[in-house]
Design a protein around this ligand. Sequence first.
Ligand code: SF4
Length: 199
Amino acid sequence: MNMQLSRRQLLKLTGAGAAGSALGAFGFGGAEEAMAQAVRPFKLARATETRNTCPYCSVSCGMILYSLGDRSKNARSEIFHVEGDPDNPVNRGTLCPKGAGVLDFIRAKTRVKHPMYRAPGTAAFKQVSWDWAMDRIATLMKEDRDRNFIAANKDGVTVNRWTTTGFLAGCATSNEAGWLTWKVTRGLGLIQVDNQARI
Ligand code: SF4
């Protein structure tokens, strides 16, 4: 009989056959047969892939997050697998143990998912909206800059410094976002600019 097999079919057959033979050697005859007949579904077959950047350190390795849920309006996405992005030139598919364990961080009950605000003189944080947080930050930055901006030093040399506010940028951003962060903060005259990746 002339039987044409694709590469995928051959791998399925030989994989199931090898596992079945091993079981047979241990005397599990029925199990051997069942295993040879069953084709295990690829666990990522129905997953939605999302590319992202590892949040932990300045290497900023590329990641692929696999989630169930097709992103339709009422579907709740659930990330169930993370691996290195083979197309990312930084890490080419690899992740260190910390990045490889990022699923624990994603699922942590203590993970902060919203902006939190603690008003002066109070002890507790309360959840606020992103719009409220951005307005509040912009207002305070403007007030402080208006009060403390130094256009020239005592010798009259233009310095354009703003030394009373600091800016801490996130490391899980692209080169382009990092470049923009630098441009905006230096353009405002900020001196104390650092990145979470160095902490
Ligand atoms: S995977 Fe490891 S090396 Fe890569 S960014 Fe994350 S913590 Fe850094």
